[in-house]
Design a protein around this ligand. Sequence first.
Ligand SMILES: [Fe+2]
Length: 287
Amino acid sequence: MAISLKKMGETFVAEVEGVDLSGPVNAETMAAIRQAWWDHSILVLRGQNISEAQHIDFSRHFGDLQDHTVKDWLLPAHPEILVLSNRGRGGVKPLDNGGAYWHSDMTYEEVPPMGSILHGLTVPPEGGDTLYTDMYAAYEALDDETKALIEGRTAIHSYHHRYMKMAEGGKRPAPTAKQLAQWRDTEHAIVLKHPESGRKALFVNEGFTVSIKGMEPAESEALLARLYAHAVQPEFIYAHKWRADDIVMWDNRTTMHCATPYDFSAYERTMHRTTIKGLALSQAAAA
Ligand SMILES: [Fe+2]
């Protein structure tokens, strides 16, 4: 079965049609999906009524899977899956709209994930969209002076910082000693050179990037705020309005995302995410 692509923008988003992941998928189709993902930062596949095992099997075609540092959010029967649900599902506690700020997933890891594959199980009839921004386009649209300012610089990414913000807001329990010992800040180049495409993307995000190394705090804060505001201008954004059984898969190194609000008490929003391990970015930059 051949896939067809409906594109939004040249390389940012493509909708894949003609694929049913709930049945057997031949090698040729899988190769076409893989190629489509290398060619586009985001793929959308609608109407995929798949099991957890099928979600995991599909994800493994793109690399090894990476679990989340907070184990309470992993599906006990399939810990490769992170459960994002305001009702709690499959033995996982309810989670508020945790991703309602601009971020790329787990950039605080020494090796940030290559991508994430999100399956919408139950979605609200209004709100709870996911906005994605194109960090290739955002980088390319920077003025030359800003490009020169950030070239060769690195930024610090921190899960500890993000978690404490949520904990202080009463949205998370106090971290355990074990968690605190595990959470180490990391440092990544602000301008990421993509290992496959060779193109440059802006690689800082409001969720986890806390400062620019070697810059005065006020200057670092102002520059990061300017880069964040630049990156989320409407011309760089795709808004995904979820239908049940949508799959959205994104290149985590070239996009940021943010969930929009919805009525928590009236509606359920339950999603399953798998996360694909990436290449070390230092390796990628040298490639
Ligand atoms: Fe996320």
